[in-house]
Design a protein around this ligand. Structure first.
Ligand SMILES: Cc1ncc(COP(=O)(O)O)c(C=O)c1O
Length: 368
């Protein structure tokens, strides 16, 4: 039996009796975009994160773009983005006409490096976007100090960190605004594309609501040029149910990560992930580093085990960003990691026998 990297079907099976009648209820209610289910999810998600406001949007990339616009990023500005993240973080800045500037990550956790952030600030910088990659909150205390010193807003990219905490504070509750993706494979995933933004700032929230709904709070009164990025009611209703299960699912992810930590023999050629002091990791991904990454990945594939790479090429070296002119060597840590990282299967429904199979196949692949 194949072991997938994530298993959204197994997750649905756990909740099917609760969710399937709910889908019909929402459809029959006639409230398909906006309405009480969206408002309830927005409240529940903001409460979960610990912010005053929450806004549901169409996907995580829109969430970052809308948040960046709301904190004042404009065309021609520079936005600091870690070298190791999904390209969406950079795309959100590009869509505004701003320039995403790659910043290197720290070699242990692969999270944005505060010293590199401080060194990258210029008079054109208008925001910092730390990414809580793989489920770990970036070093927000240091980043907040640097941002404050330069008068810069922070927009968190919390797409991979629903339920993660740092020194007791949730991912999504640190920046002036925080964006998250609720794509199906995330720790909190919808049944299609979805995203959310959290903030404590009422003005930022109001600007974001306006931007996400054609610049309008009253029908056909358009105050600014906006966009259409709304969360639909079916997704919102299901996300509200799933949110109640998220702490237990994250606890299972933590158990799985701890079991990998115990079972996998780390060494010079195989490094295990490390959780930064102060972090409660949401374990969105369990990312090891191996020398012969493609060989190991292929061997796992032959054993019917799906492993992933997050991400094989830093975004600024992809063809899409050729026009920015960045060369290899821009973020040495991110580039070295891109060649060696390998994400092992981790999801709340992975059982112990499956995990032991992953570990055996990994040891064989590394030692062969
Ligand atoms: C770190 C990160 N940022 C942004 C996104 C974009 O989210 P979406 O795919 O919902 O647009 C993702 C998810 O794919 C992500 O992992």
């Amino acid at each position: 039996m194949r072991i997938p990297l994530v298993d959204v079907a197994a997750q649905h099976a756990e909740l099917a009796p609760e969710l399937e009648p709910l889908i019909l209820d929402v459809i029959r209610s006639g409230h398909l975009v906006g309405g009480p289910h969206v408002a309830a999810f927005e409240r529940a998600y903001a409460d979960f994160v610990g912010t005053a406001h929450g806004l549901g949007v169409a996907n995580g990339t829109d969430a970052i773009e809308i948040a960046l616009r709301a904190v004042g990023v404009e065309a021609g500005d520079e936005v600091l983005v870690p070298g190791n993240t999904f390209i969406a973080t950079a795309e959100a800045a590009s869509r505004i006409g701003a320039r995403p500037v790659p910043v290197d990550v720290d070699p242990v956790h692969l999270l944005i490096d505060p010293d590199a952030v401080a060194a990258a600030v210029t008079p054109r910088t208008s925001a910092i976007v730390p990414v809580h990659l793989y489920g770990q909150v970036a070093p927000m205390e240091q980043l907040t100090t640097i941002a404050a010193a330069h008068g810069l807003p922070i927009v968190e990219d919390a797409a991979q960190a629903q339920g993660a905490r740092r020194n007791g504070r949730s991912a999504g509750a640190w920046g002036l605004a925080a964006a998250t993706s609720l794509y199906p494979g995330k720790n909190l995933g919808a049944y299609g594309d979805a995203g959310a933004i959290t903030t404590d700032d009422a003005e930022v929230d109001a600007r974001m609501r306006l931007a996400a709904n054609h610049g309008s709070r009253e029908k056909y009164v358009h105050e600014v040029v906006g966009m259409n990025s709304r969360l639909d009611a079916v997704q919102a209703a299901m996300l509200t149910v799933k949110l109640r299960h998220l702490p237990a699912w994250n606890a299972r992810r933590r158990e799985i990560a701890e079991r990998y930590d115990r079972l996998i023999e780390g060494g010079e050629h195989l490094q295990l992930p490390k959780t930064m002091a102060g972090n409660e990791d949401a374990w969105h991904l369990y990312v090891i580093r191996v020398d012969d990454r493609e060989g190991v990945r292929a061997a796992l594939g032959r054993a019917d085990i799906e492993a992933g790479v997050h991400y094989p090429q830093p975004w600024y070296l992809s063809p899409a960003y050729e026009h920015l002119g960045y060369r290899a060597g821009t973020c040495p840590v991110a580039e070295d990691a891109a060649a060696r990282i390998l994400s092992l299967p981790i999801h709340p429904h992975l059982d112990q026998a499956q995990q032991e199979r992953v570990v055996d196949a990994l040891h064989q692949a590394v030692n062969s």
